[in-house]
Design a binder for this molecule. Structure first.
Ligand code: AP5
Ligand code: ZN
Length: 216
């Protein structure tokens, strides 16, 4: 199963990608997670990426495409993958197509999670992530068993650095300008599957699974 998950910031891409990766037994490739790890480790890539991420801007295409290409060539991706947060621009989509073409494979579907803008803001204000394993919670919609503590690893739950109101606004605007055009791009390639993401997490998950299995 080779899937791209699309949708505005906060739509639930990471949440669904983790569940889908488990269900289909393929790796979850999140460019946001990869960049956040690089920032945390203080690598040259992390230092460069941070300047953009802190402002809610996209890191330059040439920075991210090389990393994704390398990751896709890894043996762990032979059975498939769930790409989350990539591609985000038309040049990134073209680069992905070229890379997959060189490997003799193609995408099975591009799942577009649709959530209205007003709802997104509540998703950010309530989001908490584990500072150790990165697992994502929501104080209201997906709370941990013990407040402030990760169910998976016992790590402390914190807010993401780019979840303040101003950065979130920038991220949504950047999405509208640079990423939304991909909806039409993939629709023209007959790969687009639109999913109503404004429903409980498990309802959205079941819907995506059944659509990918061709039942919907
Ligand atoms: P990235 O980490 O990809 O952030 P994003 O796209 O802004 O998406 P989010 O992670 O904020 O949201 P999500 O859709 O995964 O939602 P989640 O599941 O957490 O990118 C961060 C930055 O990295 C970018 O700004 C950019 O600088 C850089 N970057 C990354 N990729 C790049 C690329 N390809 N090119 C250039 N730059 C790149 O859910 C949100 C909250 O809602 C959670 O609290 C969750 O528990 C809750 N929730 C989820 N689903 C539901 C539901 N159905 N109902 C109620 N609550 C829900
Ligand atoms: Zn954890």
């Amino acid at each position: 199963m080779r899937i791209v998950l699309m949708g505005p910031p906060g739509a639930g891409k990471g949440t669904q990608a983790k569940k889908l990766a488990e269900a289909f037994d393929v790796p979850h490739i999140s460019t946001g997670d990869m960049l956040r790890s690089a920032v945390q480790e203080g690598t040259p890539l992390g230092k460069k990426a941070r300047e953009y991420m802190d402002k809610g801007l996209l890191v330059p295409d040439e920075v991210i495409t090389g990393i994704v290409r390398e990751r896709l060539r890894d043996k762990s991706c032979e059975k498939g993958f769930i790409l989350d947060g990539f591609p985000r621009t038309i040049p990134q989509a073209e680069s992905l197509e070229e890379a997959l073409g060189e490997m003799g494979i193609r995408l099975d579907a591009v799942v577009n999670i649709v959530v209205p803008r007003e709802e997104l803001i509540e998703r950010f204000t309530g989001r908490r992530v584990c500072e150790v394993c990165g697992f994502t919670y929501h104080v209201k919609y997906n709370p941990p068993q013990k407040e402030g503590i990760c169910d998976k690893c016992g790590g402390k739950l914190i807010m993401r650095a780019d979840d303040d109101v101003k950065t979130v606004e920038n991220r949504i605007n950047v999405y509208e300008q640079q990423t939304r055009p991909l909806i039409e791009y993939y629709d023209r390639k007959n790969l687009l599957v639109n999913i109503d993401g404004n429903r409980p997490i498990d309802v959205v998950f079941e819907d995506i699974k059944s659509r990918l299995r061709g039942e919907g």
